[in-house]
Ligand binder design. Sequence first.
Ligand code: PLP
Length: 472
Amino acid sequence: NSLNPNVTAADAAEKQKVWEADRDHFMHPWTDFSTFKETGSMVFTAADGVSIVDADGKRYLDGIGGLWCVNIGYGRKEIAEAVADQICAIPYFSTFGHHTTPPAAKLAAKLADLAPGDLNHVFYGCGGSVANDTAVRLIHFYFNQLGKPTKKQIISRIDGYHGSTYMAMSITGVKFDHVGFDIDQQLVHHISCPNPYRRDPKLSEEEFCRQKVDELEQKILEIGPDKVAAFFAEPILGAGGVIVPPKGYHQATLEVCRKYDVLYVSDEVVTAFGRLGHMFASQDEFGIVPDIITCAKGLTSGYLPLGATIFSDRIYEVISKPQADGAIFTHGFTYSGHPVSCAAALKNIEILEREGVCDHVKDVGTYFEQRIRELGELELVGDVRGRKFMMCLENVADKRTKALLDPRAKVGNRIADACQKRGLIVRPLAHMNILSPTLILTREHVDFIAETLRESILEVTETLREEGFLSH
Ligand code: PLP
């Protein structure tokens, strides 16, 4: 992790130029511009394997896999070659109507093969938000064609994250994400988050589960089953704080949806393509076959943008009947089925399969989970949750009462900074820290992450005590 002696004065000048251009002109996503104007960005210039390298030549273990997405790790020449070959063969052509290219067709067949049940049809966009927006448009079209035009309302959960387009953000239930913005309030309804850590301590986990499932049923009855079209849920709520719902929750919510003819959309933007040790987690990890799965991120391991909305034969049959009013599926994007992104995805899936990445995650991901869980013994860590390579530490002021620290303590940021100093990138999220590394970590990498986090958390605990943020 030492500075690279090969960084020259010309490199330093180039870095300064990039830093200034970025600070002055690149409007970053999800950024507080009041501080960005002063601090600007860290510049990263290289990456390989499990690590990234900054413009000073300092290497960091990437504990967040880019943004829960670089599943196969960095520097895969095979992907570069597949992409280059596709660009030379045919870089782009419209897929509107009756035109296609081999990668788009082959990838759709591959996804149909990997997805559970009768989810055999694939619509492409450029990311997760668009995959969810597409799901909404598809669902509305489906119910219109089915002769149930009142069925339009969407139910999702507080702390669910579904993206940043207008519709996906409206379905998102992370309250912080809505501050200062508007969301659609005609179509979307939020029910509470199935977070076992924050449940009423008088309830057993089973009772808590029942309560959350009943809440979904009550919400459907309150709105009217003839009006509710779909329920959107991540198998593990990711950006809301890696919340694993109680055992049985997924099956029970799916049953409620089936009872009222409500479509179940499983948002697998984070959980698909190996993160939990399966290509898709809905059935293999949680025992459900939803009506629609949305995915992105790990689909190309982040090498190129791509998202997909994978849906059932049942939906396809309805939307593919000749429509009396002449309606066709007027939805799609210039880049739907982009051949270069699809070629990257095909190669990515080939690598995941050939290298047995899911089995690796079942092995080393389980070790990762165990090492991260050990941090739960630290004074500051109230909860450690998640599965395999998707974990979160919730930091608190008092483990017994679960009271939070004063937000001015910025505990998540402090821990992330302390880790960064030691050559590890973790993600701060309010008072929490999230880990979603590449899926190719070795046990030695896992030990480095666990030990670096421990040292960093202990250091931050002492500073917080000195500054009076901890009462004991
Ligand atoms: N759904 C989930 C569960 C996500 O975590 C994300 C992004 O983090 C999205 C949707 C949105 O995906 P994108 O940022 O590719 O639009």
